[in-house]
Design a protein around this ligand. Structure first.
Ligand code: C2O
Ligand code: CU
Ligand code: CU
Length: 489
Protein backbone atom coordinates (compact mmCIF):
# COMPACT_ATOMS: atom_id res chain seq x y z
CA UNK A 1 0.00 0.00 0.00
CA UNK A 2 1.56 3.25 -1.02
CA UNK A 3 0.54 6.50 0.53
CA UNK A 4 -0.90 8.37 -2.36
CA UNK A 5 -3.42 10.38 -0.44
CA UNK A 6 -1.27 13.37 0.27
CA UNK A 7 -0.24 14.56 -3.14
CA UNK A 8 1.28 13.42 -6.36
CA UNK A 9 4.93 13.49 -7.11
CA UNK A 10 6.42 16.51 -8.75
CA UNK A 11 4.38 17.50 -11.75
CA UNK A 12 1.66 14.94 -11.27
CA UNK A 13 -1.22 17.26 -10.66
CA UNK A 14 -4.58 16.81 -9.03
CA UNK A 15 -5.91 14.93 -12.02
CA UNK A 16 -3.25 12.28 -11.58
CA UNK A 17 -4.13 11.77 -7.95
CA UNK A 18 -7.82 11.53 -8.72
CA UNK A 19 -7.00 8.85 -11.24
CA UNK A 20 -4.96 6.86 -8.78
CA UNK A 21 -7.54 7.18 -6.04
CA UNK A 22 -10.09 5.93 -8.52
CA UNK A 23 -8.63 2.49 -8.48
CA UNK A 24 -4.87 2.33 -8.69
CA UNK A 25 -5.23 -0.10 -11.55
CA UNK A 26 -4.20 -0.29 -15.14
CA UNK A 27 -4.45 2.87 -17.10
CA UNK A 28 -6.42 4.76 -14.49
CA UNK A 29 -4.68 8.05 -14.92
CA UNK A 30 -2.88 8.10 -18.22
CA UNK A 31 -6.05 8.68 -20.17
CA UNK A 32 -7.03 11.75 -18.21
CA UNK A 33 -7.15 14.91 -20.26
CA UNK A 34 -4.73 17.28 -18.66
CA UNK A 35 -2.43 19.65 -20.43
CA UNK A 36 1.24 19.50 -19.59
CA UNK A 37 1.37 23.30 -19.36
CA UNK A 38 -0.85 23.19 -16.28
CA UNK A 39 0.90 20.27 -14.73
CA UNK A 40 2.85 21.03 -11.63
CA UNK A 41 1.05 24.25 -10.85
CA UNK A 42 0.28 24.08 -7.18
CA UNK A 43 2.37 20.97 -6.79
CA UNK A 44 5.41 22.84 -5.53
CA UNK A 45 8.24 20.93 -4.02
CA UNK A 46 9.96 22.92 -1.29
CA UNK A 47 12.05 21.15 1.33
CA UNK A 48 10.17 19.30 4.03
CA UNK A 49 6.97 18.31 2.27
CA UNK A 50 5.38 14.91 2.76
CA UNK A 51 6.92 12.32 0.50
CA UNK A 52 4.90 11.93 -2.67
CA UNK A 53 5.00 9.07 -5.10
CA UNK A 54 4.48 8.87 -8.83
CA UNK A 55 1.32 7.25 -10.16
CA UNK A 56 1.26 3.48 -10.60
CA UNK A 57 0.47 1.51 -13.74
CA UNK A 58 -0.17 -2.19 -13.23
CA UNK A 59 -0.26 -4.96 -15.75
CA UNK A 60 -3.64 -6.59 -16.19
CA UNK A 61 -4.09 -10.08 -17.57
CA UNK A 62 -0.39 -10.21 -18.36
CA UNK A 63 -0.23 -6.92 -20.24
CA UNK A 64 1.00 -3.48 -19.29
CA UNK A 65 0.21 -0.88 -21.89
CA UNK A 66 1.54 2.65 -21.65
CA UNK A 67 1.94 5.79 -23.66
CA UNK A 68 5.14 7.46 -22.63
CA UNK A 69 5.35 11.05 -23.77
CA UNK A 70 8.76 12.63 -23.28
CA UNK A 71 8.32 16.37 -23.12
CA UNK A 72 9.74 19.52 -21.61
CA UNK A 73 7.31 20.80 -18.98
CA UNK A 74 7.12 23.58 -16.44
CA UNK A 75 7.17 22.38 -12.85
CA UNK A 76 7.83 23.80 -9.42
CA UNK A 77 11.00 22.23 -8.16
CA UNK A 78 12.38 22.88 -4.69
CA UNK A 79 10.28 26.03 -4.50
CA UNK A 80 11.32 27.49 -7.86
CA UNK A 81 9.83 27.40 -11.32
CA UNK A 82 11.78 25.02 -13.49
CA UNK A 83 11.65 23.53 -16.92
CA UNK A 84 12.30 19.83 -16.66
CA UNK A 85 12.07 16.94 -19.06
CA UNK A 86 9.31 14.59 -17.98
CA UNK A 87 7.48 11.43 -18.94
CA UNK A 88 3.78 12.30 -19.14
CA UNK A 89 4.47 15.49 -17.21
CA UNK A 90 5.66 13.66 -14.11
CA UNK A 91 9.13 13.56 -12.51
CA UNK A 92 9.70 10.69 -11.83
CA UNK A 93 7.59 8.99 -14.49
CA UNK A 94 4.85 6.56 -13.47
CA UNK A 95 5.85 3.37 -11.67
CA UNK A 96 5.20 0.25 -13.72
CA UNK A 97 4.29 -2.84 -11.70
CA UNK A 98 4.44 -6.10 -13.59
CA UNK A 99 4.93 -9.84 -13.03
CA UNK A 100 7.23 -12.41 -14.57
CA UNK A 101 5.79 -13.55 -17.91
CA UNK A 102 4.09 -10.22 -18.60
CA UNK A 103 4.25 -8.28 -21.84
CA UNK A 104 4.90 -4.53 -21.78
CA UNK A 105 3.74 -2.50 -24.75
CA UNK A 106 5.01 1.04 -24.57
CA UNK A 107 4.54 3.76 -27.15
CA UNK A 108 7.33 6.27 -26.70
CA UNK A 109 6.33 9.68 -28.06
CA UNK A 110 9.21 12.10 -28.47
CA UNK A 111 8.14 15.70 -27.95
CA UNK A 112 11.65 16.75 -26.99
CA UNK A 113 13.89 18.82 -29.24
CA UNK A 114 16.50 16.04 -29.42
CA UNK A 115 16.29 12.35 -30.27
CA UNK A 116 15.73 9.84 -27.50
CA UNK A 117 14.88 6.18 -26.91
CA UNK A 118 13.94 3.88 -24.04
CA UNK A 119 15.86 1.35 -21.97
CA UNK A 120 14.42 -1.05 -19.40
CA UNK A 121 17.36 -1.18 -17.02
CA UNK A 122 18.01 -4.63 -15.57
CA UNK A 123 15.37 -6.51 -17.52
CA UNK A 124 16.37 -9.85 -19.01
CA UNK A 125 14.57 -9.36 -22.30
CA UNK A 126 15.52 -9.45 -25.96
CA UNK A 127 17.90 -6.67 -27.08
CA UNK A 128 16.63 -6.94 -30.67
CA UNK A 129 14.09 -5.11 -32.80
CA UNK A 130 11.58 -3.11 -30.78
CA UNK A 131 12.55 -4.71 -27.47
CA UNK A 132 15.34 -3.37 -25.23
CA UNK A 133 17.38 -2.16 -28.19
CA UNK A 134 19.82 0.61 -27.28
CA UNK A 135 20.52 1.37 -30.96
CA UNK A 136 17.02 2.64 -31.70
CA UNK A 137 16.76 6.41 -32.15
CA UNK A 138 13.41 8.19 -32.02
CA UNK A 139 13.58 11.61 -33.67
CA UNK A 140 11.78 14.65 -32.25
CA UNK A 141 8.14 14.48 -33.30
CA UNK A 142 8.29 10.72 -33.88
CA UNK A 143 7.02 7.85 -31.82
CA UNK A 144 8.13 4.25 -31.45
CA UNK A 145 6.24 1.16 -30.28
CA UNK A 146 8.27 -0.95 -27.90
CA UNK A 147 7.36 -4.43 -26.76
CA UNK A 148 9.15 -6.17 -23.90
CA UNK A 149 8.34 -9.81 -23.15
CA UNK A 150 9.42 -10.93 -19.69
CA UNK A 151 10.38 -14.60 -19.39
CA UNK A 152 8.04 -16.43 -17.00
CA UNK A 153 10.98 -17.12 -14.67
CA UNK A 154 12.26 -13.54 -14.71
CA UNK A 155 13.65 -12.58 -11.30
CA UNK A 156 11.52 -10.26 -9.20
CA UNK A 157 13.04 -7.01 -8.04
CA UNK A 158 13.43 -3.29 -8.45
CA UNK A 159 14.24 -2.13 -11.98
CA UNK A 160 13.85 1.17 -13.78
CA UNK A 161 13.46 2.79 -17.16
CA UNK A 162 15.33 5.73 -18.68
CA UNK A 163 16.52 7.04 -22.05
CA UNK A 164 19.59 5.42 -23.60
CA UNK A 165 20.56 7.29 -26.75
CA UNK A 166 24.35 7.48 -26.72
CA UNK A 167 25.60 11.04 -26.21
CA UNK A 168 22.37 12.31 -24.60
CA UNK A 169 21.71 9.95 -21.70
CA UNK A 170 23.20 12.00 -18.85
CA UNK A 171 21.51 15.23 -19.98
CA UNK A 172 18.13 13.55 -20.36
CA UNK A 173 18.32 11.84 -16.98
CA UNK A 174 19.59 15.01 -15.28
CA UNK A 175 16.64 16.74 -16.96
CA UNK A 176 14.11 14.41 -15.30
CA UNK A 177 13.48 11.37 -17.51
CA UNK A 178 13.36 8.25 -15.34
CA UNK A 179 10.83 5.97 -13.67
CA UNK A 180 10.59 2.78 -11.60
CA UNK A 181 9.72 -0.67 -12.92
CA UNK A 182 8.88 -3.25 -10.27
CA UNK A 183 8.66 -6.96 -10.95
CA UNK A 184 6.59 -8.47 -8.21
CA UNK A 185 7.16 -11.65 -6.26
CA UNK A 186 4.68 -14.48 -6.33
CA UNK A 187 4.31 -14.17 -2.55
CA UNK A 188 3.44 -11.23 -0.35
CA UNK A 189 5.98 -9.74 2.07
CA UNK A 190 3.84 -8.66 5.05
CA UNK A 191 4.38 -4.93 5.56
CA UNK A 192 2.40 -1.94 6.81
CA UNK A 193 3.17 0.05 3.68
CA UNK A 194 5.40 0.16 0.66
CA UNK A 195 7.32 3.19 -0.46
CA UNK A 196 9.28 4.05 -3.54
CA UNK A 197 12.29 6.33 -3.12
CA UNK A 198 13.92 7.39 -6.37
CA UNK A 199 17.00 9.44 -5.61
CA UNK A 200 18.19 11.77 -8.35
CA UNK A 201 20.14 14.98 -8.61
CA UNK A 202 20.09 18.01 -10.83
CA UNK A 203 21.28 21.60 -10.99
CA UNK A 204 19.09 24.46 -12.13
CA UNK A 205 20.28 27.66 -13.76
CA UNK A 206 18.84 30.96 -12.45
CA UNK A 207 16.37 30.70 -15.34
CA UNK A 208 15.21 27.33 -14.03
CA UNK A 209 16.77 25.17 -16.73
CA UNK A 210 18.77 22.03 -16.00
CA UNK A 211 22.35 23.31 -16.08
CA UNK A 212 24.73 22.27 -18.81
CA UNK A 213 28.08 20.87 -17.82
CA UNK A 214 31.72 21.59 -18.56
CA UNK A 215 34.12 19.03 -20.09
CA UNK A 216 35.76 18.74 -16.67
CA UNK A 217 32.41 17.87 -15.05
CA UNK A 218 31.89 15.26 -17.74
CA UNK A 219 35.25 13.69 -16.91
CA UNK A 220 34.46 13.67 -13.20
CA UNK A 221 30.82 12.72 -13.67
CA UNK A 222 28.47 15.58 -12.88
CA UNK A 223 26.75 15.83 -9.53
CA UNK A 224 23.74 18.13 -9.19
CA UNK A 225 23.36 20.70 -6.44
CA UNK A 226 19.81 19.52 -5.71
CA UNK A 227 19.54 16.01 -4.31
CA UNK A 228 15.95 14.87 -4.74
CA UNK A 229 13.75 11.99 -3.62
CA UNK A 230 10.84 11.39 -6.01
CA UNK A 231 11.54 14.85 -7.40
CA UNK A 232 11.19 16.47 -3.96
CA UNK A 233 13.77 18.19 -1.82
CA UNK A 234 14.27 16.54 1.58
CA UNK A 235 10.70 15.24 1.95
CA UNK A 236 9.24 13.94 5.21
CA UNK A 237 8.03 10.44 5.98
CA UNK A 238 5.93 9.42 8.99
CA UNK A 239 5.30 6.08 10.64
CA UNK A 240 4.28 4.55 13.97
CA UNK A 241 6.66 2.53 16.13
CA UNK A 242 6.74 -1.10 15.11
CA UNK A 243 5.40 -0.53 11.63
CA UNK A 244 7.26 -2.46 9.00
CA UNK A 245 7.77 -0.79 5.64
CA UNK A 246 9.16 -1.99 2.35
CA UNK A 247 11.30 0.63 0.66
CA UNK A 248 12.44 0.37 -2.91
CA UNK A 249 15.37 2.70 -3.40
CA UNK A 250 16.72 3.59 -6.85
CA UNK A 251 19.91 5.53 -7.47
CA UNK A 252 18.87 7.49 -10.57
CA UNK A 253 21.67 10.06 -10.24
CA UNK A 254 23.74 10.44 -13.39
CA UNK A 255 27.04 10.04 -11.52
CA UNK A 256 26.60 10.36 -7.77
CA UNK A 257 27.24 7.35 -5.56
CA UNK A 258 25.01 6.94 -2.51
CA UNK A 259 25.91 5.23 0.71
CA UNK A 260 22.34 4.89 1.91
CA UNK A 261 21.66 4.72 5.65
CA UNK A 262 18.89 5.49 8.13
CA UNK A 263 20.69 5.77 11.48
CA UNK A 264 18.39 4.86 14.38
CA UNK A 265 16.12 2.59 12.33
CA UNK A 266 16.18 -1.15 11.81
CA UNK A 267 17.02 -1.66 8.13
CA UNK A 268 17.17 -5.07 6.46
CA UNK A 269 18.08 -5.97 2.91
CA UNK A 270 15.65 -8.06 0.87
CA UNK A 271 17.58 -7.69 -2.36
CA UNK A 272 19.59 -5.56 -4.71
CA UNK A 273 19.10 -5.32 -8.48
CA UNK A 274 17.85 -8.80 -9.52
CA UNK A 275 19.46 -10.53 -6.51
CA UNK A 276 17.68 -11.58 -3.31
CA UNK A 277 18.65 -12.40 0.25
CA UNK A 278 17.07 -15.74 1.25
CA UNK A 279 15.88 -13.95 4.40
CA UNK A 280 16.16 -10.28 5.37
CA UNK A 281 19.72 -9.29 6.35
CA UNK A 282 20.38 -6.39 8.70
CA UNK A 283 22.42 -3.58 7.11
CA UNK A 284 23.98 -0.44 8.55
CA UNK A 285 24.54 1.24 5.22
CA UNK A 286 24.44 0.23 1.60
CA UNK A 287 26.54 1.43 -1.33
CA UNK A 288 24.37 2.23 -4.32
CA UNK A 289 26.42 3.09 -7.38
CA UNK A 290 24.57 5.03 -10.08
CA UNK A 291 21.99 2.63 -11.49
CA UNK A 292 21.83 0.27 -8.48
CA UNK A 293 18.57 -0.44 -6.64
CA UNK A 294 17.78 -1.81 -3.19
CA UNK A 295 14.72 -3.54 -1.79
CA UNK A 296 14.64 -2.86 1.96
CA UNK A 297 12.57 -3.66 5.02
CA UNK A 298 12.48 -0.89 7.59
CA UNK A 299 11.01 -1.57 11.03
CA UNK A 300 10.15 1.79 12.54
CA UNK A 301 11.80 2.74 15.84
CA UNK A 302 10.37 5.69 17.80
CA UNK A 303 12.14 9.00 17.19
CA UNK A 304 13.23 11.10 14.27
CA UNK A 305 15.74 9.68 11.83
CA UNK A 306 17.42 11.00 8.76
CA UNK A 307 17.63 9.12 5.49
CA UNK A 308 21.14 9.98 4.43
CA UNK A 309 23.89 9.23 2.08
CA UNK A 310 26.97 8.83 4.24
CA UNK A 311 29.24 9.70 1.31
CA UNK A 312 31.58 7.63 -0.79
CA UNK A 313 35.05 8.58 -1.98
CA UNK A 314 34.93 7.63 -5.65
CA UNK A 315 38.30 9.08 -6.60
CA UNK A 316 39.07 11.59 -9.29
CA UNK A 317 39.41 11.55 -13.07
CA UNK A 318 42.89 12.99 -12.97
CA UNK A 319 44.15 11.67 -9.68
CA UNK A 320 44.12 13.18 -6.22
CA UNK A 321 45.79 16.38 -7.48
CA UNK A 322 42.56 17.42 -9.15
CA UNK A 323 40.57 17.09 -5.97
CA UNK A 324 37.44 15.00 -5.90
CA UNK A 325 36.94 14.96 -2.16
CA UNK A 326 33.73 16.90 -2.70
CA UNK A 327 32.28 14.23 -4.95
CA UNK A 328 29.48 12.01 -3.61
CA UNK A 329 29.86 13.58 -0.17
CA UNK A 330 27.48 13.05 2.74
CA UNK A 331 24.01 14.58 2.40
CA UNK A 332 20.50 14.52 3.79
CA UNK A 333 17.89 12.80 1.61
CA UNK A 334 14.72 12.83 3.71
CA UNK A 335 13.46 12.74 7.31
CA UNK A 336 11.46 9.98 8.96
CA UNK A 337 9.42 10.75 12.08
CA UNK A 338 8.23 7.73 14.04
CA UNK A 339 5.64 8.62 16.68
CA UNK A 340 2.28 7.56 18.08
CA UNK A 341 1.04 4.25 19.43
CA UNK A 342 3.09 1.18 18.71
CA UNK A 343 1.59 -1.36 16.39
CA UNK A 344 1.74 -5.09 16.95
CA UNK A 345 4.31 -7.09 15.07
CA UNK A 346 3.52 -8.50 11.65
CA UNK A 347 4.06 -12.12 10.72
CA UNK A 348 7.62 -12.99 9.78
CA UNK A 349 8.89 -12.72 6.21
CA UNK A 350 8.84 -16.02 4.36
CA UNK A 351 12.24 -17.50 3.60
CA UNK A 352 12.81 -17.68 -0.13
CA UNK A 353 14.72 -20.23 -2.18
CA UNK A 354 18.29 -19.00 -2.50
CA UNK A 355 19.24 -17.48 -5.85
CA UNK A 356 20.99 -19.81 -8.27
CA UNK A 357 24.78 -20.15 -8.14
CA UNK A 358 26.74 -20.50 -11.39
CA UNK A 359 29.97 -21.41 -9.60
CA UNK A 360 29.16 -25.10 -9.94
CA UNK A 361 29.76 -24.83 -13.69
CA UNK A 362 32.93 -24.40 -15.71
CA UNK A 363 32.84 -21.25 -17.86
CA UNK A 364 33.02 -21.75 -21.62
CA UNK A 365 35.27 -18.76 -22.00
CA UNK A 366 37.15 -16.16 -19.99
CA UNK A 367 37.60 -12.51 -20.96
CA UNK A 368 39.42 -9.51 -19.57
CA UNK A 369 37.84 -6.10 -20.00
CA UNK A 370 39.41 -2.90 -18.77
CA UNK A 371 38.06 0.58 -18.15
CA UNK A 372 40.41 3.11 -19.70
CA UNK A 373 40.89 6.86 -19.41
CA UNK A 374 43.73 8.63 -21.18
CA UNK A 375 44.75 11.66 -23.11
CA UNK A 376 42.77 11.71 -26.35
CA UNK A 377 44.28 14.84 -27.86
CA UNK A 378 45.30 18.31 -26.75
CA UNK A 379 43.58 18.93 -23.38
CA UNK A 380 41.07 16.19 -24.09
CA UNK A 381 40.50 13.06 -22.10
CA UNK A 382 39.43 9.97 -23.91
CA UNK A 383 37.37 7.37 -22.07
CA UNK A 384 36.44 3.87 -23.09
CA UNK A 385 37.13 0.19 -22.64
CA UNK A 386 40.43 -1.40 -23.59
CA UNK A 387 41.68 1.88 -25.02
CA UNK A 388 38.81 2.34 -27.45
CA UNK A 389 35.90 4.73 -27.43
CA UNK A 390 32.40 3.49 -28.17
CA UNK A 391 31.56 2.73 -31.79
CA UNK A 392 28.10 1.29 -32.29
CA UNK A 393 29.17 -0.35 -35.57
CA UNK A 394 32.05 -2.29 -34.02
CA UNK A 395 31.54 -5.58 -32.21
CA UNK A 396 33.73 -5.61 -29.12
CA UNK A 397 32.81 -9.00 -27.69
CA UNK A 398 31.28 -11.79 -29.71
CA UNK A 399 29.75 -14.46 -27.57
CA UNK A 400 28.38 -17.86 -28.53
CA UNK A 401 24.69 -18.12 -27.65
CA UNK A 402 24.21 -20.35 -24.64
CA UNK A 403 27.68 -19.74 -23.20
CA UNK A 404 28.59 -19.22 -19.60
CA UNK A 405 31.48 -16.74 -19.48
CA UNK A 406 33.77 -15.43 -16.80
CA UNK A 407 34.50 -11.73 -17.19
CA UNK A 408 37.23 -10.01 -15.24
CA UNK A 409 36.67 -6.26 -15.34
CA UNK A 410 39.67 -4.26 -14.25
CA UNK A 411 39.91 -0.59 -13.37
CA UNK A 412 43.43 0.80 -13.63
CA UNK A 413 42.12 4.40 -13.42
CA UNK A 414 42.06 6.64 -10.36
CA UNK A 415 38.32 6.69 -9.91
CA UNK A 416 35.55 4.12 -9.38
CA UNK A 417 33.49 3.07 -12.40
CA UNK A 418 30.16 1.19 -12.07
CA UNK A 419 30.12 -1.60 -14.67
CA UNK A 420 26.70 -2.28 -16.21
CA UNK A 421 25.72 -4.95 -18.72
CA UNK A 422 22.35 -4.96 -20.44
CA UNK A 423 20.09 -8.01 -20.85
CA UNK A 424 22.40 -10.83 -19.67
CA UNK A 425 22.50 -11.60 -15.94
CA UNK A 426 25.77 -11.35 -14.02
CA UNK A 427 26.78 -13.13 -10.84
CA UNK A 428 29.45 -11.25 -8.88
CA UNK A 429 31.97 -13.77 -7.53
CA UNK A 430 35.04 -11.73 -6.56
CA UNK A 431 36.07 -8.16 -5.80
CA UNK A 432 39.81 -7.41 -5.97
CA UNK A 433 40.90 -10.78 -4.60
CA UNK A 434 38.07 -11.20 -2.10
CA UNK A 435 35.62 -13.96 -2.96
CA UNK A 436 31.93 -13.19 -2.66
CA UNK A 437 30.42 -16.03 -0.62
CA UNK A 438 26.68 -15.99 -1.22
CA UNK A 439 25.15 -15.96 -4.73
CA UNK A 440 25.09 -12.25 -5.61
CA UNK A 441 23.29 -11.10 -8.76
CA UNK A 442 23.83 -7.54 -9.90
CA UNK A 443 23.46 -5.61 -13.12
CA UNK A 444 25.56 -2.69 -11.89
CA UNK A 445 28.81 -3.59 -10.12
CA UNK A 446 31.16 -0.92 -8.84
CA UNK A 447 34.75 -1.56 -9.89
CA UNK A 448 36.89 0.31 -7.39
CA UNK A 449 39.78 2.50 -8.56
CA UNK A 450 42.82 0.26 -8.95
CA UNK A 451 40.73 -2.87 -8.42
CA UNK A 452 38.86 -5.50 -10.38
CA UNK A 453 35.75 -7.64 -10.22
CA UNK A 454 35.09 -11.14 -11.48
CA UNK A 455 31.68 -11.93 -12.93
CA UNK A 456 29.95 -15.00 -14.29
CA UNK A 457 27.73 -13.99 -17.18
CA UNK A 458 24.88 -16.17 -18.35
CA UNK A 459 24.31 -15.92 -22.10
CA UNK A 460 21.85 -18.80 -22.22
CA UNK A 461 19.09 -16.69 -23.74
CA UNK A 462 18.28 -13.50 -25.64
CA UNK A 463 20.71 -13.59 -28.57
CA UNK A 464 21.33 -10.25 -30.21
CA UNK A 465 23.48 -7.18 -29.82
CA UNK A 466 23.61 -4.89 -26.83
CA UNK A 467 26.05 -2.92 -24.68
CA UNK A 468 28.01 -2.72 -21.48
CA UNK A 469 29.07 0.62 -20.10
CA UNK A 470 30.04 2.75 -17.16
CA UNK A 471 26.88 3.90 -15.33
CA UNK A 472 28.48 7.25 -14.60
CA UNK A 473 26.36 8.38 -17.50
CA UNK A 474 28.67 11.23 -18.44
CA UNK A 475 31.34 8.61 -19.03
CA UNK A 476 28.94 6.46 -21.04
CA UNK A 477 28.04 9.44 -23.24
CA UNK A 478 31.73 10.28 -23.65
CA UNK A 479 32.49 6.79 -24.98
CA UNK A 480 32.89 4.44 -22.01
CA UNK A 481 30.60 1.88 -23.62
CA UNK A 482 31.13 -1.15 -25.85
CA UNK A 483 29.06 -3.73 -27.71
CA UNK A 484 28.41 -7.43 -27.18
CA UNK A 485 26.96 -9.66 -29.85
CA UNK A 486 25.49 -13.00 -28.86
CA UNK A 487 24.89 -15.28 -31.80
CA UNK A 488 24.52 -18.92 -32.83
CA UNK A 489 27.54 -19.73 -34.94
CU1 C2O B 1 20.70 2.22 -16.71
CU2 C2O B 1 22.59 1.11 -20.12
O1 C2O B 1 21.65 1.73 -18.42
CU1 CU C 1 20.77 -0.65 -18.31
CU1 CU D 1 33.13 5.73 -15.44
Amino acid sequence: MTQLSRRGALGLGAAGIAGIAAGGVGLAWTGLPWAPSTVGVGAGSVAGESLAEPGVLRSENGLLQADLVAERVRVTLAGTQAHMLAYNGSVPGATWRVRPGDRLKVRLVNRLTSPTNLHTHGLEVSPAGNSDNPFVSVAPGDSFDYQFDLPSDHPSGVFWYHPHLHGTVADQLFGGLYGALLIEDSFEVPVTRERLLIVSDTTLTPAGEPASVTPREVMMGREGSLLLVNGQLQPRLAARPGERERWRVINACTSRFLRFAVPGQQVQLLGMDSGHSPSPVGVEDLLLAPGNRADLLVTAQAGTSELRTLGHDRGSAMGPMMGGGNLSGPALLATLTVAGDSVSALSPVERRTPDRDLRTRVPNRRRMISFTMGMGGPMMMSVGFDGREFDMHRIDQSVAAGALEEWTVTNPTQMDHPFHLHVWPMQLVEVSGVAVQTPTWRDVVNVPAGGYVRLLVDFSRHPGRSVYHCHILDHEDAGMMATVEVSNS
